[in-house]
Write a protein of this length. Structure first.
Length: 316
């Protein structure tokens, strides 16, 4: 049996440190007295097998957080499935394989709630590979499922302490606010804010507004990842969620209120909704002793403030 894991004085590599997840995780890890390893994509392409092996051989990390991935919203997933499955398979195959080869003590693989089939809610971890996936992000989901299974097989065959976590929809600082490639919260913030700036009287929002979603603030995710690294050592995935559900209509209304947009929200039903509901069972994580801190309303306000300080001026 594995005991509680300490990060103190360990060489910890955050793969994907410049992204939303990676940057928040790096900030959280500064409290752990570990030796933080990072390298930018321009200096290490994780899709290149030999480059990853060379870097791992030289740097010899003790712990790896695999937060690097090609990500995007429903529309981007639907238009670029070949790129989504190929790049994500390449990244995770290289990092997981060489983490084993160079004796990494613990690897944490970030999956996604989209790996689960269309099913009853809330979604328990044991529903993985029991049914049909939602079509709009199937390529991304299949790649992530492969990563989860790789971690399990390396554990079974080599006793590697590789674990996988499945966070629900993420949002927060350093999110992608592009209308074409972003997820729902940053897309809504950008669209509604720009409509207000231009004095427009309405905002068109994709879909019916009926689907229900659960969102996890990025700082809560980072804290959960560190907690899980210390406490969790099982081959089965573990879910990370906020425990809050909201419809897209309610979400858009909340964001419009935070931004103080006086106009109308108009839903365009010609765009896909995705799954009707995506809510995770997080009882396993709660039993270990972790709970989220940031409520959605507070997280939206914090994210919008970050957007005003870091992104809004780029559009001027």
């Amino acid at each position: 049996m594995y005991k509680d894991f300490s990060l103190k004085n360990k060489k910890v590599w955050v793969a994907g440190h410049n992204g939303m997840v990676g940057s928040s995780l790096c900030n959280r890890l500064k409290k752990e007295e570990c030796d933080l390893l990072t390298i930018s994509r321009s200096n290490l392409d994780l899709c290149r097998d030999s480059d990853v092996e060379h870097w791992m051989k030289i740097n010899q990390p003790n712990v790896v957080f695999l937060a690097a991935a090609k990500v995007g919203g429903i529309l981007y997933n639907s238009k670029k499935p070949a790129e989504f499955i190929t790049e994500n398979l390449q990244i995770q195959t290289n990092v997981i394989k060489y983490s084993h080869m160079y004796d990494v003590e613990k690897l944490i693989f970030l999956g996604s709630a989209c790996v689960y089939p269309i099913s009853e809610k809330p979604i328990k971890e044991d529903l993985l590979l029991t049914g049909k996936l939602e079509t709009t992000n199937k390529a991304y989901a299949v790649a992530k499922i492969a990563g989860i299974e790789m971690c399990k097989f390396y554990r079974e065959q080599y006793d590697s302490n590789f674990i996988s976590v499945q966070p629900n929809n993420l949002y927060g600082f350093k999110d992608n606010f592009s209308n074409q490639t972003s997820h729902v919260i940053p897309a809504l913030i950008s669209r509604i804010h720009n409509a207000k700036k231009k004095g427009e009287d309405k905002v068109i929002i994709w879909g019916t507004g009926n689907p229900q979603r659960e969102f996890v603030f990025i700082e809560d995710l980072a804290d959960a990842l560190v907690f899980i690294t210390k406490k969790y050592n099982d081959s089965a995935p573990i879910n990370i969620g906020s425990g809050e559900e909201i419809t897209i209509f309610e979400l858009a209304t909340l964001i419009a209120k935070v931004i103080k947009f006086p106009g109308k929200l108009v839903f365009d039903e010609s765009f896909p909704d995705g799954v009707p509901r995506k809510f995770l069972d997080t009882s396993k994580l709660k039993k270990l002793g972790w709970n989220p801190r940031i409520k959605l309303n507070e997280g939206i306000k914090m994210t919008y403030s970050w957007y005003l300080e870091n992104i809004d001026h780029e559009n001027e």
